[in-house]
Design a binder for this molecule. Structure first.
Ligand code: LLP
Length: 438
């Protein structure tokens, strides 16, 4: 469970009213709960305790340095996918031996940086990349470890096509049948190919999808070891779900059940001495953050009322890009007491009795710039502060400056203290890198 509650009608993040954060830092603003991050680390750790895995938080889901530092202090390793994410990880104090480096197109420059930094394990995505890692490691006079990301041809029926990565038609990994050859002993002089990596997509709601892929990974490990190769690490990636709908948040035991089933299925490999890695992103960060945004105007459209808010698709892209549905509600609501998931009217479109159907849209000049269409909401007015829930993952990390709108501020709340962890971008920030001879 997370720490976003209404107290006498006012949304609080831990002990701090949402209104106090908007007053201090303006809107839009991403707000995170430190305690929720910590609790989610414990939930993930306990869900996968049967494997004692290295938990590498997926930096791409929420990459603010303060967040990474907090998670590193909780004992997490980090999963990075670029030189930039590796830089963040090191800045946040992550130990290189707890960093795994994934990503489909690692450049020579990125590999050089990672090998110099002493990154623990590379998740290689192709034959060509392994050859390049070998070459860069040779030049650096080092020997490194790699896992091969395999494409198991396992796809989850409910995962959005743009974030489903385990199917044969996607660009990810090495097709299972081609992978075996890469584990031949002494194929590379400076890379020990000792791990198998899979990441099926994000989020994966069905445990059966993981189990199907795990079976294929186990068979591959058997074949590799039967022909003289050696597997030390099994990395099952991320994709463990978060709670976007109120009903999901009310049934917060699902990760425990999913983890237990996955651990069970991997016990054979555990008994053979394999070490495990997981790369959770959203299951730790999504419900640890919300976006506060203010209503600028409410107008009557042809068919419905339209509330225009001060955040747009440049601030939170998920609804536009994936049709993602986030719970949205005014930060001030009568005398309601309790967790956000108990709010009346949450859980979809038009399901609230006595509420109006309204479009919640941003100020960007695109039709797709909306957070909800026809959503049942209490009557809104200009100046109202709204909370968009479950956007700690892939919210700020996917924000842009589109329409020359600066990215928002980020605030971390810990008990009754709020701390600015990223400034709102100014007009000067928007042009800071441009060279026009002025
Ligand atoms: N490991 C690898 C190799 C990944 O590619 C990803 C996510 C993860 C771990 C973490 O997945 P998670 O546990 O956070 O689901 N922008 C999309 C999600 C894209 C995910 C990309 N890879 C969204 O907003 O839903």
């Amino acid at each position: 469970m997370d720490h976003f509650h209404y107290v006498n009608g006012e949304l609080h993040i831990e002990g701090v009213p949402a209104s106090a954060i908007a007053e201090a830092h303006g809107s839009p603003v991403y707000v995170y709960s430190a305690q929720t991050f910590k609790d989610h680390c414990s939930v993930v750790r306990s869900a996968f305790s049967g494997l004692e895995p290295l938990i590498c938080f997926s930096v791409k889901s929420c990459s603010n340095l303060a967040v990474l530092k907090l998670l590193v202090e909780q004992g997490c390793g980090l999963d990075v996918v670029s030189g930039g994410e590796l830089y963040r990880a090191l800045q946040a104090g992550a130990a290189p031996e707890k960093i795994v480096f994934a990503g489909v197109g690692k450049s020579r420059e990125e590999l050089t940086y990672a090998i110099d930094a002493g990154v623990f394990l590379f998740n290689a995505e192709s034959e060509g990349e392994l050859a390049r890692i070998d070459e860069v490691a040779r030049a650096a006079g080092k020997r490194v470890k790699a896992a091969v990301r395999v494409n198991p041809d396992v796809a989850d029926a409910d995962t959005h096509e743009k974030t489903s990565t385990g199917g044969r038609q996607t660009k990810f990994g090495v097709p299972l049948l081609r992978a075996e050859a890469l584990f031949e002993r002494n194929l590379y002089r400076h890379v020990d190919v000792v791990g198998i990596h899979v990441h099926l997509g994000s989020p994966i709601a069905a445990t059966a999808t993981y189990l199907a892929a795990i079976d294929k990974v186990e068979q591959l490990a058997d074949r590799i070891e039967a022909s003289g190769g050696k597997i030390e690490f099994i990395n099952i990636g991320g994709g463990f779900p978060a709670h976007y709908r109120a009903s999901e948040a009310r049934e917060y035991c699902s990760l425990g059940e999913m983890g237990a089933a996955i651990c069970d299925r991997l016990q054979g490999l555990k008994r053979r001495g394999k070490h495990f890695i997981i790369e959770p992103g959203r299951s730790i960060s999504a419900n640890a953050g919300i976006l506060l945004t203010s209503v600028e105007y409410v107008k009557q459209g042809w068919e419905r009322k339209i509330a225009i808010v001060d955040a747009g698709m440049n601030v939170l892209l998920r609804p536009t890009l994936y049709g993602a549905s986030h719970a949205i509600w005014p930060a001030s609501f009568g005398a309601f007491d309790g967790h956000w998931s108990a709010l009346p009217g949450l859980g979809g479109t038009n399901d609230g009795e006595g509420f109006d159907a309204i479009d919640i849209v941003g100020p960007i000049c695109e039709t797709g710039d909306y957070f909800a269409l026809g959503r049942a909401m209490p009557a809104l007015d200009g100046g109202d502060l709204l909370a968009i829930f479950s956007c700690g993952a892939y919210g700020m990390s996917m924000a842009s400056q589109y329409n020359s709108r600066g990215r928002p501020a980020e605030v971390m709340v810990e008990k009754d203290r709020q701390r600015l962890i990223r400034h709102r971008e100014s007009y000067a920030d928007l042009v800071a890198h441009e060279l026009c001879g002025l």
